[in-house]
Write a protein that binds this ligand. Sequence first.
Ligand code: MG
Length: 211
Amino acid sequence: MNPNATHPFTVPPRAVVFDLGKVLLDFDYGRAARTLSVHSDVSATEFRAIVDQSPLLHRFETGLISTAGFFDEIRRLTGYHGPEALFITAFGDIFDEIPEMVALHAGLSGRGVPTFVFSNTNELAIGHIRRAFPFFGGFTGYIYSYEARSMKPAGGIYDALERLTGRGGADLLYIDDRPENIDAGVERGWRTILHTAPEDTIRRVGDAFGH
Ligand SMILES: [Mg+2]
């Protein structure tokens, strides 16, 4: 099924579901690795490989280990001996707003469209994002993998989103940059946009709402 196919729906979606990373916020684990590796026994490159898309991060973002457990594992694997406060700050401070997409969300929210964050993420990232980005407080609801104990594209987190919103199928318009995540939404009959560039996504959201 082509997730970019034009959907023949005449009724607008009832809610818009946003992935976070590379959709609303850009991120770079290299930034954390450069800061933290100085206080460790490994290079910035090695530090990054231990945290970025690693099995350890996957366990953290599935809620299988706590933030304290994650920090312990980082210390064990990298020899990190800096302050815990520095680790918390640097690990979270990897994000930058994507202004066009934040504006898209503000426009939808301002028109009364329910909006949801739907993210593979962890407690440290969300703590930082809440403090650093005021727009983040403006969603109707939030589904995080570490709370749902399920990561996209596994079904459990999609079930959690449907429960929270009370919606499913074509009532939901879902924006994500990863094809495998979009495919799992398509299988449920959600309307989907595989995000590649803000201008394309903004145009397609406009099409879905008939303007
Ligand atoms: Mg993403």
